[in-house]
Ligand binder design. Structure first.
Ligand SMILES: [Zn+2]
Length: 150
């Protein structure tokens, strides 16, 4: 009984939540804290606006993994200015619809299983030197906080 409880606690601390881990090297989907550019939490201030997603720490060039089983709907660009990190994907499946930014989706990415590699993290340091590199994920309905799924 006690052993089971301890195993349960260990398990919950070393794995991601309902969604799988988003980034190779960050098994717990740890969220970006505050750096010189702001903080990575949902609803964090961005000047007069607010942050509509959550930033999961990820090193530049890391493999990015599918949070759930689904398919790529289309490319989704965060800025539309074609800078070095202006790429991403809209994904749908398993009852979710999300956009993930700052990733280069795999060529011809269509359907995938939870945990499959779907792309690589772009070079955030080229655009925002000193920022805590991360993959940004937001719900297609941005009024919903994605954090509980991480
Ligand atoms: Zn973000």
């Amino acid at each position: 009984m006690l052993r089971g409880l301890i195993l349960f606690i260990l398990f919950t601390q070393v794995t991601a939540g309902i969604w799988g881990r988003l980034c190779d090297g960050n098994p717990t989907n740890r969220v970006r804290g505050t750096d010189g550019y702001g903080s990575g939490f949902y609803g964090a201030p961005r000047g007069r606006r607010t942050h509509l997603g959550v930033d999961v720490i990820c090193s530049d060039g890391s493999k990015v993994l599918a949070p759930f089983t689904g398919r790529m709907v289309r490319q989704a660009k965060p800025y539309g200015n074609n800078n070095a990190i202006d790429n991403g994907a809209m994904l749908e499946g398993s009852g979710y619809c999300v956009k993930m930014f700052y990733i280069k989706p795999k060529n011809n990415l269509r359907s995938f299983r939870k945990g499959d590699v779907i792309g690589t993290l772009l070079n955030i340091q080229d655009v925002y030197p000193g920022m805590i590199s991360h993959v940004h994920i937001q719900m297609c309905d941005t009024s919903v906080d994605p954090t509980p799924y991480l």
